[in-house]
Design a protein. Structure first.
Length: 159
């Protein structure tokens, strides 16, 4: 199982489409972690594939849950934008929530800073930002193969 993880597109869905194209279809699912849910819906229409999505703090009219728990490839994954857990100040609150949910992997955004970190055997992944003002637009790939988990941050080729 391979997930392509996006966050904080803020209306720049074209850069998200470029990130998706960069992977040449070598993924099973797409995740969008908010700030602009409308972008996730546009991406779904363009690529003809469902996108797992949660709204962010800029998605004022969103009616979907702010967070989701999914089990994929026998791993429990918690999806959130991250603002509710004050991720710009660190991962302590999000870590507490991950433990309460018994999540093995947490996907979050909000800070616009790409990061991969493990705390107490929980893998935290922030794919970074695809906003027009980002100096280094990034996304993440999460791979779960034969029970082994790996993740990487990838810069979008903007040429």
């Amino acid at each position: 199982m391979k997930l392509l993880i996006l966050s904080d597109t803020h209306g720049n869905y074209s850069l998200a489409i470029r990130a998706i194209a960069q992977q040449n279809g070598h993924f099973d699912r797409i995740v969008h972690l908010g700030d602009e849910m409308e972008d996730a819906c546009i991406i779904e229409k363009i690529i003809g594939q469902p996108v797992d999505k949660v709204p962010g703090n800029c998605d004022f009219a969103a009616k979907t849950p702010r967070e989701l728990c999914k089990t994929l490839a026998h791993k429990k994954i918690f999806l959130t934008h991250g603002d509710k857990y004050n991720v710009k100040a660190g991962l302590a609150q999000l870590h507490k929530k991950a433990l309460a949910e018994r999540a093995q992997i947490v996907l979050y955004g909000h800070s616009h800073v790409a990061a991969i970190e493990t705390i107490d055997d929980v893998l935290f992944i922030n794919p970074g930002c695809l906003h027009k003002s980002c100096t280094n637009p990034t996304y993440a790939i999460l791979s779960i193969i034969s029970g082994e988990i790996s993740a990487e941050i990838i810069s979008v080729n903007c040429e």
